[in-house]
Ligand binder design. Structure first.
Ligand code: FES
Length: 163
């Protein structure tokens, strides 16, 4: 059990469920799932939350931090309510990904890795999402995939999210 218990009972229950998928001596195998659960609840992974996950899984905090900083789906800094990850890997970049990113930057008035002053939107560059044929593609909060994002569709997405 973690000492601090920074997450809700429900979150620990979900982590416990993930833990049942692995042998008792391999709790660290659930680290990705545990971090995703923690992030869903907290919005981002503060050092305290990473420590909590480390304690819960019986891991060194540094090992948890290494996982969290390696994958760009994990937020190790506070982010806006909506994190939009634009795929700018080469196939997408050549098929409108760069243009879509520039359009969003201009509309939101921020650069990549920045958050709008009202805390609504964070923009980041994403890695290949396995949907290169649907470029420009982006993910909202790591979960919602948006494809063929023309400027009109980007306008509509931002309007919808602002509501
Ligand atoms: S390069 Fe963008 S989805 Fe593959």
């Amino acid at each position: 059990m973690a000492n601090n218990m920074l997450l809700s009972q429900e979150a620990y229950r979900k982590i416990d469920r993930e833990l049942t998928k692995f042998p008792a001596d391999q709790k660290q195998s659930a680290v990705m799932a545990a971090l995703a659960i923690a992030q869903d609840e907290k919005g981002w992974l503060s050092p305290e939350v990473m420590q909590d996950v480390a304690d819960y899984l019986g891991m060194a905090a540094i090992a948890v931090q290494e996982v969290a900083t390696f994958y760009n789906m994990f937020n190790t800094k506070p982010v806006g309510k909506y994190k939009i990850s634009v795929c700018t890997n080469l196939p997408c970049a050549l098929s409108g990904g760069d243009r879509a990113g520039e359009y969003l930057k201009q509309k939101l008035g921020i650069d990549y890795k920045e958050t709008t002053p009202d805390g609504q939107f964070t923009l980041i560059e994403g890695e290949c999402m396995g949907a290169c044929g649907d470029a420009p593609v982006m993910l909202v909060n790591n979960k919602r995939m948006c494809s063929f994002m023309s400027n009109d569709k980007l306008d509509a997405l931002l309007e919808e999210l602002k509501k």
